[in-house]
Design a protein around this ligand. Structure first.
Ligand code: SF4
Length: 349
């Protein structure tokens, strides 16, 4: 049965698709139909033909991690050869380099290092902020934040208040991958429980700190597991009254990981991106992933995305096989050729 006319009518009237309709669209709608529906939802928030971007680096300051996710090629256990933790001078030197190269935002992503504490993070990033006050910093992901709160015996509220007292503004929603309990049990049982992830993020937001939403697809997750991620996120965003400004979806890189596997196609990524835009009708900015899709990510602007990063480095994805292009004009031209006016924006506030 062709459900498209009914779903299209619903979306045009400002209605919401449910999970079964989102599944039907992903499995049955044509690319053109998905693009059309994603554009309708996107244009509730954004003008047509315009997309925004910024240049950013992801700095990894410790590769020591005890979470042991089977899809990760980055981490080392504390006793293994090749571990590192940058000290303050090393971290500042990295940030300085990327700021001089034109980055206006730096994200930090690191392992769960049992030798560090939340207070260490707070003090370290207070220094970075002091030296680079105009740069937007994503100090740590929600997943890292949860680990250090538990290790240091702090409630999430106490942890968020501590980070705020050091001047933090953002604890973005990284480390989410697929927010489904079965997926987590298969791949990273020691990282967190999904319910707990949303509790932590809710507590972060309640203090006035900002956060974002992310997803990574292309492991062995089922469509139901993917939709569970979107369902719980949309529900939480409703409860948080739209506090999450952006959602970024990227793709798993399988090289050098214990889990292995194969990369999903760009077509599958784009179709899923469109479903995300259609389903997550309460998130203003849907971002496409240059980090894992390079120039092809710009096609995502036709599938509901309105924003993207030009990343300059990220050891986590590079270790798993990502190739980060430094040909930024080449990436931007891919979007211009599709007819988009690309505007270099300030970091989201
Ligand atoms: S994905 Fe993150 S939490 Fe999991 S093992 Fe790698 S560094 Fe650790």
């Amino acid at each position: 049965m062709d459900l498209f006319p009914g779903i299209e009518h619903k979306i045009k009237q400002g209605g919401r698709v449910d999970e079964s309709e989102a599944a039907w669209l992903f499995e049955n709608a044509s690319d053109e139909e998905l693009k059309g529906l994603a554009s309708i939802v996107k244009h509730r928030y954004h003008e047509g033909g315009i997309a925004t971007y910024l240049k950013m680096a992801i700095v990894n300051f410790t590769n020591i991690c005890v979470a042991r996710c089977d899809y990760c090629a980055f981490y080392k256990l504390p006793h293994e050869q090749g571990t590192y933790t940058l000290d303050e001078a090393g971290l500042l030197a990295k940030v300085r380099y990327w700021v001089e190269m034109g980055c206006t935002m730096i994200g930090f992503n690191a392992g769960f290092n049992p030798k560090l504490s939340l207070e260490d993070y707070g003090r370290l990033f207070a220094k970075v902020k002091e030296e680079f006050p105009a740069i937007q910093l994503y100090e740590m992901t929600v997943a890292e934040f949860m680990f250090y709160c538990k290790k240091d015996k702090l409630s999430y509220l106490e942890g968020a208040q501590m980070m705020q007292s050091f001047g933090s503004k953002w604890i973005p929603g990284g480390g989410a991958e697929v927010l489904d309990e079965n997926f987590r049990d298969r791949h990273s049982p020691g990282k967190y429980k999904v319910k707990d992830y949303f509790t932590a993020q809710g507590d972060i937001l309640s203090t006035g700190l900002r956060s974002t939403a992310t997803m990574c697809i292309g492991f062995d997750e089922t469509l139901t597991e993917r939709l569970n991620h979107l369902r719980t996120l949309r529900l939480a965003q409703d409860q948080w009254q739209g506090a999450i400004p952006s959602f970024l979806c990227w793709t798993y890189k399988p090289y050098n990981t214990r889990f292995g596997g194969q990369e999903i196609s760009t077509k599958e990524y784009l179709r899923w991106l469109a479903v995300c835009r259609i389903y997550l009708d309460n998130i203003k900015n849907i971002r496409t992933s240059v980090l894992t899709k390079n120039e092809d990510a710009l096609i995502g602007l036709d599938y509901g995305a309105n924003d993207f990063d030009l990343p300059t480095e990220d050891e986590v994805t590079v270790k798993a096989g990502a190739e980060i292009s430094q040909d930024f004009e080449g990436v931007l031209n891919a979007g211009r050729k599709l007819g988009y006016t690309l505007i270099h924006r300030l970091p989201l506030v």
